[in-house]
Design a protein around this ligand. Structure first.
Ligand code: 9UX
Length: 72
C-alpha cells in the first residue's frame, strides 16, 4: 500500500535544513518518497502505512531538531 501525506514542519530556514529533514525521513523503512518544500514549510511523503506511521515521521523530524506541526 502507498499513502501520501503532507506534513507541516517548523524551524527550517535554509537549504541545508531541507536536506537534513529529507534525509531523516527518507531513512525510515517504508518511506517510498519524500520532498521537503522550504517555502511552504511542508513535506510530501509517500509511504507504506504497514511499515511506517506518521508518528515515526514525527519522531524523525523532531530527532533532527525541527518541529512537527501536524498533517495537512
Ligand atoms: Mo539551515 Mo541550520 O542552516 O544551522 S541547517 S539554519
Amino acid at each position: 500500500e502507498r499513502r501520501d501525506a503532507v506534513i507541516k514542519i517548523g524551524g527550517m530556514t535554509c537549504a541545508m535544513c531541507v536536506k537534513t529533514v529529507e534525509n531523516a525521513i527518507r531513512e525510515l523503512p517504508g518511506v517510498l518518497d519524500v520532498s521537503v518544500n522550504l517555502a511552504t514549510e511542508s513535506a510530501r511523503v509517500s509511504y507504506n502505512p504497514a511499515l511506517v506511521t506518521i508518528e515515526d515521521i514525527k519522531g524523525a523530524v523532531e530527532g533532527v531538531g525541527y518541529e512537527f506541526l501536524g498533517v495537512e
